[in-house]
Write a protein that binds this ligand. Structure first.
Ligand code: PLP
Length: 421
């Protein structure tokens, strides 16, 4: 692609496309071609482009203040450059707390099947997508997997599925020993692993379990943070209070490489006891976390979301997208399940609704190619969850209009008819 404006992009041949995946990987939350963000970056970097630890710069400090206003209960912001790096920093904090407070014992970090937390060795060690991890071992020790919570592919036959799926995490904690587990790291809404919002009751129970065993709750909001679900952060729809939150893609909508790790005052306080041991502070640095263009872009990105009521638009348009997906499910037997939160939706394609066998990868690719031919770019879950690369992914920019949403689902409707009859 060589140019973008709003929700549309143009390829090298000059052909226009509706982008239903915000730059391919759910990133461009406020849409393309925002001159005010470009100007904010330019004005800032001409004034002061860099100084180590950008919270020390004016836009760094102001953005941190504004961000924590949106995150009651959290109060400290650390700037880095990517989602992987934000998660790595969170893992380092958990490990250091284990050493400082628990004699090195509470150092295990639990992660969930199907979730993804990044591309570095430690984040793939916390990665529940087998194909992304293969051939990169040995992995960082101390990461332990817990079951996923996708009700459509239920692993337990019970009524309160959300609570049952959370109880499965408790079973792992008890098996490993609660005094060995420091944190639970989960995507609030699993993205590339299948677009999976948790079932009702899940998060409340997860929080209860974390509190019961003194385990930090780390939520990876790299995809679902900054408005994508219709609230500033996905977890805010469940009334829970995480200890660590990581975010990246929508922070500056891809106009600058900025990601954040946000923690509670309680976590921050744990690193302040330097008097007893000079190693007690968080000994970490991110050189380019000191770039001021990132927070300048993030501030303007946040202003746009507020002034244009993009949270409200995401809620309204997300509901329309979900209604349209339900209509597709009624019309096409191949659509086995539709799910999502705000403008972050998926449609899982199955060869048979009873067996729920996934359709062939080539068929998923044919649907994507057909949509592309109609000028609509959609995505699918990665091959990384073997056998389950069968979910169409939709995450248009938060500026999407009703006409855009209808054009996206119309294209999928035609594609499904052509590919599956
Ligand atoms: N966490 C989640 C949920 C992601 O989807 C991704 C990337 O897609 C990451 C972490 C890693 O982010 P990055 O590619 O910026 O390192």
């Amino acid at each position: 692609m060589i140019e973008g404006k709003g929700l549309r992009v143009w390829d090298a041949s000059g052909r226009e496309h509706i982008d239903a995946v915000s730059g391919g990987v759910w990133t461009v939350n406020v849409g393309y071609g925002r001159e005010s963000i470009a100007n904010a970056i330019r004005d800032q970097v001409v004034k002061l482009n860099f100084f180590a630890q950008s919270a020390g710069s004016v836009p760094g400090a102001v953005f941190a203040e504004k961000l924590i206003e949106k995150m009651p209960g959290l109060s400290r912001v650390y700037y880095v450059n990517s989602g992987s790096e934000a998660n790595e920093k969170a893992f380092k904090m958990v490990r250091q707390i284990a050493h400082k407070r628990y004699g090195g014992k509470k150092r295990k970090i639990l992660y969930r099947e199907r979730d993804y937390h990044g591309s570095t060795i430690s984040t793939i060690s916390a990665g529940g997508q087998a194909e992304r991890n293969a051939q990169y071992g040995p992995y960082t020790p101390g990461f332990v997997s817990v079951p996923h919570c996708l009700e459509y592919r239920a692993q337990w036959d019970v009524e309160n599925y959300g609570e049952r799926a959370a109880d499965a995490i408790e079973e792992v904690i008890l098996r490993e020993g609660p005094d060995t587990v420091g944190a639970l790291c989960l995507e609030t809404v699993t993205a590339g692993g299948g677009v999976i919002p948790a079932p009702q009751g899940y998060w409340e129970r997860v929080q209860e379990i974390c509190r019961k065993y003194d385990i930090l709750l780390h939520l990876d909001e790299v995809v679902c943070g900054v408005g994508r679900t219709g609230t500033w952060f996905g977890y805010q729809q469940y009334g829970i209070k995480p200890d660590l939150v990581t975010m990246a893609k929508g922070v500056a909508s891809g106009y600058a490489a900025i990601a954040c790790l946000v923690t509670t005052e309680n976590v921050f306080e744990m690193f302040k006891d330097e008097a007893s041991d000079p190693l007690n502070h968080f000994r970490d640095i991110s050189t380019f976390g000191g770039c001021t263009g990132g927070p300048a872009a993030a501030l303007e990105n946040m202003r746009i979301i507020e002034d244009e009521d993009l949270l409200g638009n995401t809620t309204t348009m997300g509901a329309r997208l979900m209604d349209n997906l339900h209509a597709l499910k009624d019309r096409h037997a191949v659509v086995g399940d539709v799910r999502g939160s705000g403008l972050f939706c998926g449609a899982e394609l199955v060869a048979d609704r009873i067996s729920k066998d996934p359709v062939a990868e080539a068929q998923v690719q044919a649907v994507i190619a057909d949509c592309m031919g109609q000028g609509v770019i959609i995505g699918a879950t990665a091959r990384a969850v073997p056998g389950f690369n069968n979910t169409l992914c939709l995450a248009p920019s938060l500026i999407a209009t009703a006409d855009d949403i209808d054009a996206i689902t119309d294209a999928i409707d035609h594609a499904l008819t052509r590919v599956f009859g």
